[in-house]
Design a protein around this ligand. Sequence first.
Ligand SMILES: [Cu+2]
Length: 141
Amino acid sequence: MSGHSNWPEWVYIGVVICLLAYVGAEAWNVERLVDHAPAEAEIIKVTGQQWFWTFEHADGTKEIGELHVKKGQPYKFEITAKDVNHAFNIHDYVVLQDAVVGRVNTVWFAPEQAGEYTIQCREYCGLLHYNMRATLYVEEN
Ligand SMILES: [Cu+2]
């Protein structure tokens, strides 16, 4: 027995373990929130092609160049492309996802403010890329 006490080291190790567990749990929670749409989310199929967006609601209704949704309702976008790659972007709602040929990417959002917002293509996809826009209409529920 050397009269040396090592409890400060154990306290230090304990604090580090607690911090790592906390950071890990937070990261897991954020990832879960970002990746997993709520169960009641309505699915909207989004197709990008030169140079417009097409939307198909769960009931089969289709829209071209505009998308009508309800305030407060969560939506899950299933995004794909027909010809070349595009990127689906609703700037005001921080929605951004690649639209890739032959594959379906998903992203979800729940609009909180009624109004009109711009949907844009964020991947250079040819001559009229700059004009590949659509309007998002968020309506009162
Ligand atoms: Cu584009």
